[in-house]
Every structure is written in structure tokens, then in C-alpha cells.
Write a protein that binds this ligand. Structure first.
Ligand code: F6R
Length: 609
């Protein structure tokens, strides 16, 4: 988590850095800070809380500078406070650093620096050791000092370093935490993610693990561990700055919910040819290798894990291959049954989630073929996988995932259909019908989004609820879990999802007069069973909001109110039924005056365990 930005060049570094930090706030927003090189000295300003606090303070300071580094923090070591905010400086004030990641051996380094070298630490962070290490090794060559410092460090890091003695450069380092360099004319920018540089350039270097970069205003030199220079092609960003702006929407989340038809369409169009054949261009696994696959593991975290649950239904139903789905943080500490005939699918929007990354590395060592479903091009998960299936959601800024989820769903459906064809386990007719119906989803999603007044009314009637339950059967269970996560993470309502059939095995004890309960009944084959489950909770006083397909109106007799989705075959309902749940959560959070895009305690990319 955390976002770093550094600037050197012709503009005022302060403006570029603050601008970049605002684009990276999704990575953490506990505190922010900046270090500027001014008249051969380093000036540091940092504050607990949102970037506005930093901006306010900077108004009273001289901030004219052509070199600086900045940071927005998601606290891990040490509470959010001014002292624990980055940048950190060495005691002489000659070196300043910003860091994203975790220095795993910081306790031992801190002990050595303080007990043997008399360094007095000002913060409780792991990151501060980096400033002191670089300063200790500094003998007139910043690059050399950084190399010596990282030699001592274990863990994950993207680091930006500046020194008052060398005001013509920044040094940046990457190991397991994202780092890109925006390349401009007479200016260069280091950052954790592309949106931070897009206003200034679309030319980017994607920095790889264990690389060290010297950034001056006119040059970017990428070096490997042995200090050899590396040639790297420029990556041209294809989307523009507006894609990472709110464009008139009140929140990124609402904008991203509304972008789902486009994201679904793009993800489909990139993989389907005019004959409706799925092509996996760029994916190297051969049909022969896929034919041998006898087991699929889908591993992910949070919302991406929920997409994996639907993936299990799709792959087992279409391709008739056994699928296991697991959360990455559990998978990596088990001894999973994996071999070279296992296809391991990692799903991740950011491509930087540490547990997912560790899980896929574990799967690789056991011989599995790793295919990842990723949104962020060039991210760590993408780079560490054998093959990547990119989702075409575009940048997702709101912490709560919406369009990434639906494009992940489309991706698992396409992979399931591809596997089904390779394995010869699907009839031509069924395949064609599924593809035809998939292609209609963007229009149906658009229709659903064109009138959301009913959903808003449901939100208005229920936003004061102290808790909420989501129930469903079949694929609706996965969607119930996702709906419940959306609600709890942005509105802080205590929310719980469970398979409807499981309710009476304990959880029904919690249902009382007025309990807010969302019942997903979108599966024709399980519709009557769901109606019985609704009756059970109604009998205990629940206030039931049903979700059903248009035309299935019987539910109105049982539920207090119903939100309808356009009619679509059972297999594909998750692509539509999640949308009212996203909108419901959104309106409830707004009515509760929550910070929708930046919920408390969370960050968009979770690069710690
Ligand atoms: C919830 C949410 C998270 C992420 C999870 C995995 O709205 O966004 O649960 O889905 O942290 O993140 P990625 O997909 O980046 O690996």
C-alpha cells in the first residue's frame, strides 16, 4: 500500500507531486508528506490525515523547487501520525526517502543503527531505517549508498531517495512493490502507479524487481543488481488522464459502476472474433497443454475471490473440470494438491496483492501453469504469471471494486468456455447460445443502469439499519457475498452473507423484527426454493428486499420490495445481479455520509500480509 511520487524537471516539483499524490490516495490516506530540494537543503513537510492538511501547511512555505519526493501512507508500522508520516530523513538532514512496502528485517537494522551507530529514531516506522542506512553509506555517491543500503534490506519496497548533496537526481528502487517512471521532455517522474504521471506524460518505463533507477531531468538510467545498464522499451499508456478523473460524477465509485457496460463489452470484444471463437492471443499455453489440465485452482482475495466463486460454477458447468477456489492468504499456508496438470488462476485487479502474488509463486514451485486475470498492465501478478488474461475495466480508483469485478466475471466465463471447447465438453449449440447471451450483457447492464430510482428508494428506506443479511442459492451465493462486502466496506453496516439453505443451521437465530435482508432469487431452477427461504425469514420479522429477473413476479407476494434485473439465462445472472447491490451500497453509504471512495482503514492495493 502507500503511494510514492518523485519529480525532477522544469516545473514546480511541489505541484506535480501533490497532484500525483492525489491520484494515488486510493493506495492509502492516513497521512502524506513531501521533501523538496531548496537551495541545496532538504525541506520536509508532513501531516497526519488527508492531503489537504499537507496542502494547507505548504501554503505558508517556500515550495519553489525542481526536485522532490512525496508519499501518501497506509499505516502498517506505527499509528497514523505526523512523526510516522513519510518522507523520513537522516539525522543530518542530507538524505530523504519515501517508501512503499515493508522492510522485514527492520527490527535488527534499527537495533544496529541505534545501538552501534547512535542513531536516534524519530518514528516507529520500518521505513525510517532506509534513510539512516543510505546516510551511513553515503561517501559522496548517492547511487552507491543506495546499492549498499538495499543490500542490507529484506522485504518489499519501492523507494525514492534524494540528497541535498546531489540535487540533480533522484534514485528509485523496486523490489516487489510497484514502480513506474513517467518520461517527459526536460522532466521525469517516479510513481507507484500510472495515474500519478498521466497529466504530464503517457510514456512510461515499467520498472522490474531488483532494478535501481537514476532519474535526472533529462535522463532515466535503469540498472540491474550488478549495476549494469538495462535497455527498456517505453510503454505507451493507451488511456488518458480523464479515465482517472471523476468526469462530473460525485464519486469514482458511481462513475465506475456506470462504466461496467463498456468494460464488459471491451473485455468480450478483445477475445471474441467475428465467428464467436474465443482467441487467447498473447497467452502461450497451448491447446495440447490445456487438454491435459484435470484440475483448476482459483485463488484471489476479497472481491476478486468472489469472482473466483462464480468461475468455479462456470468452469465446472461448461468445461466439466474440477475447480477449487481459495482465498490467497489461506492457500499459501496450506499444502495444496497441485501438479503440472493443474491450471492455477490468480485473479487480481491491482496485480499487486501480496497474498495473491505469494500464492501464485507457491503454485509455480509446485509445477502448476499460472494464468492470471489482471486489470493493471505490467503489475507484479501479471509479470510473475506464465500467462495473463487482461480485464479491460480501465483504471479503477474507488477502493470498493465494481467494474473490475464484472470484467473479472466476463474473463472467467470466457476462460470456462475456452476450456470447454478444448476439452470437447460442450455442445456447439450450448456454446453459441452462451456467447450470444454474453454479448447482450453490456446492453442489458446499460438498461439496468438507466433507471436506478427504485434502488435509491430501497436505500432510503434501509440506510439506518444496524445490520444486514444477504442470502441466495447457486451463483447467487457468490453475488450475495460480494453484495455484503460492498455494503459493509463503504457504509460500515455490519453485514453478513450466507447460502440461503444454510440459514436455518444457526444464523436464522439473528433474524428479528425489521432485520434488513436482501434475498437474491435470480436462478430459475432454484426460484421456488428461494421463495420458501424468504418465507422463513419473513416469519421471523425480516424486512426482505428481493432481487429477481423481470417476469418472475411471484416473489412480490413474499418480499417487502423487489429490485428486478433484465431477463438473462441463469448461468450469466451474476453479471447483472451484482449491479443493483453495488448501487444500493453506494446510496446507503452516501445517505450515511460515509467517505464512499476512501472507506476507513482500507486501501486499494493491499501489498502487506
Ligand atoms: C473490495 C475490494 C477488495 C479487493 C481485494 C483484492 O471492494 O476491492 O476486496 O478485491 O483487496 O484486490 P486485487 O483485486 O487488487 O487483488
Amino acid at each position: 500500500m502507500c503511494g510514492i511520487v518523485g519529480y525532477i524537471g522544469k516545473r514546480n516539483a511541489t505541484e506535480v507531486i501533490l497532484d500525483g499524490l492525489k491520484k494515488l490516495e486510493y493506495r492509502g490516506y492516513d497521512s502524506s508528506g513531501i521533501a523538496l530540494s531548496i537551495a541545496d537543503k532538504l525541506m520536509v513537510c508532513k501531516h497526519k490525515g488527508r492531503i489537504v492538511n499537507l496542502e494547507e501547511d505548504l501554503k505558508n512555505k517556500n515550495t519553489e523547487s525542481d526536485l522532490g519526493i512525496g508519499h501518501t501512507r497506509w499505516a502498517t508500522h506505527g499509528a497514523p501520525s505526523d512523526q510516522n508520516s513519510h518522507p523520513h530523513m537522516c539525522k543530518e538532514g542530507k538524505v530523504a526517502i519515501v517508501h512503499n512496502g515493508i522492510i522485514e528485517n527492520f527490527v535488527e537494522l534499527r537495533k544496529w543503527l541505534s545501538e552501534d551507530l547512535g542513531v536516534v529514531f524519530k518514528s516507529e516506522t520500518d521505513s525510517e531505517v532506509v534513510a539512516h542506512l543510505v546516510s551511513y553509506y553515503y561517501k559522496g555517491d548517492l547511487l552507491d549508498a543506495v546499492y549498499q543500503a538495499i543490500d542490507k534490506m529484506e522485504g518489499a519496497y519501492a523507494i525514492g531517495v534524494i540528497s541535498s548533496d546531489e540535487p540533480d537526481k533522484m534514485i528509485a528502487v523496486r523490489k516487489d512493490s510497484p514502480l513506474i517512471i513517467g518520461v517527459g521532455d526536460g522532466e521525469n517522474i517516479i510513481a507507484s502507479d500510472i495515474p500519478a504521471v498521466l497529466k504530464y506524460t503517457k510514456d512510461v518505463y515499467l520498472i522490474e524487481n531488483d532494478e535501481v533507477v537514476i532519474v535526472t531531468k533529462d535522463n532515466v538510467t535503469i540498472l540491474d543488481e550488478e549495476r549494469n545498464e538495462i535497455e527498456r522499451d517505453i510503454y505507451k499508456v493507451t488511456w488518458d488522464a480523464e479515465a482517472a478523473e471523476k468526469e462530473g460524477y460525485e464519486h469514482f465509485m458511481l462513475k465506475e459502476i456506470n462504466e461496467q457496460p463498456k468494460g464488459i463489452k471491451e473485455t468480450l470484444e478483445r477475445r471474441l472474433d467475428e465467428n464467436d471463437h474465443i482467441h487467447l492471443d498473447g497467452i502461450k499455453i497451448t491447446k495440447e497443454e490445456l487438454e491435459k489440465i484435470n484440475k483448476v485452482y482459483i485463488v484471489a482475495c476479497g472481491t476478486a475471490y468472489h469472482a473466483g466463486l462464480i468461475g468455479k460454477y462456470a468452469i465446472e458447468k461448461f468445461a466439466k473440470i474440477q475447480v477449487e477456489v481459495d482465498v490467497a492468504s489461506e492457500f499459501r499456508y496450506r499444502d495444496p494438491m497441485i501438479d503440472e496438470n493443474t491450471l492455477f488462476i490468480a485473479i487480481s485487479q491491482s496485480g499487486e496483492t501480496l497474498d495473491t502474488l505469494a500464492a501464485l509463486r507457491e503454485a509455480k514451485t509446485k509445477g502448476a501453469r499460472v494464468l492470471s486475470i489482471v486489470n493493471v498492465v505490467g503489475s507484479s501478478v501479471a509479470r510473475d504469471s506464465h500467462d495473463v488474461f487482461y480485464t479491460w475495466a480501465g483504471p479503477e480508483i474507488a477502493v470498493a471494486s465494481t467494474k473490475a469485478y464484472t470484467t473479472q466475471l466476463v474473463s472467467v466465463y470466457l476462460i470456462a468456455l475456452y476450456l470447454a471447447k478444448v476439452k470437447n465438453n460442450i455442445s456447439n449449440n450450448y456454446y453459441k447460445e452462451l456467447v450470444k447471451d454474453l454479448k447482450e450483457i453490456p446492453d442489458l447492464a446499460q438498461r439496468l443502469l438507466s433507471d436506478t430510482s427504485k434502488i435509491k428508494e430501497v436505500a432510503e428506506r434501509n440506510y439506518m439499519s444496524k445490520n444486514a443479511f444477504f442470502i441466495g442459492r447457486g451463483t447467487d451465493v457468490g453475488v450475495a457475498l460480494e453484495g455484503s462486502l460492498k455494503l459493509k466496506e463503504i457504509s460500515y453496516i455490519d453485514s453478513f452473507a450466507i447460502a440461503a439453505g444454510e440459514l436455518k443451521h444457526g444464523t436464522i437465530a439473528l433474524i428479528e423484527d425489521g432485520t434488513f435482508l436482501v434475498a437474491l432469487a435470480t436462478q430459475d431452477g432454484l426460484y421456488n426454493k428461494m421463495l420458501s427461504n424468504i418465507q422463513e425469514v419473513k416469519a421471523r420479522g425480516a424486512y426482505v428486499v428481493g432481487i429477481a429477473k423481470e417476469g418472475n413476479e411471484e416473489i412480490e407476494k413474499q418480499a417487502d420490495e423487489v429490485m428486478y434485473i433484465p431477463h438473462v439465462r441463469d448461468e450469466l445472472t451474476p453479471l447483472l445481479s451484482v449491479i443493483p447491490l453495488q448501487i444500493l451500497s453506494y446510496h446507503i453509504a452516501v445517505l450515511r455520509e460515509c467517505d464512499v471512495d476512501k472507506p476507513k482503514n482500507l486501501a486499494k492495493s493491499v501489498t502487506v500480509e
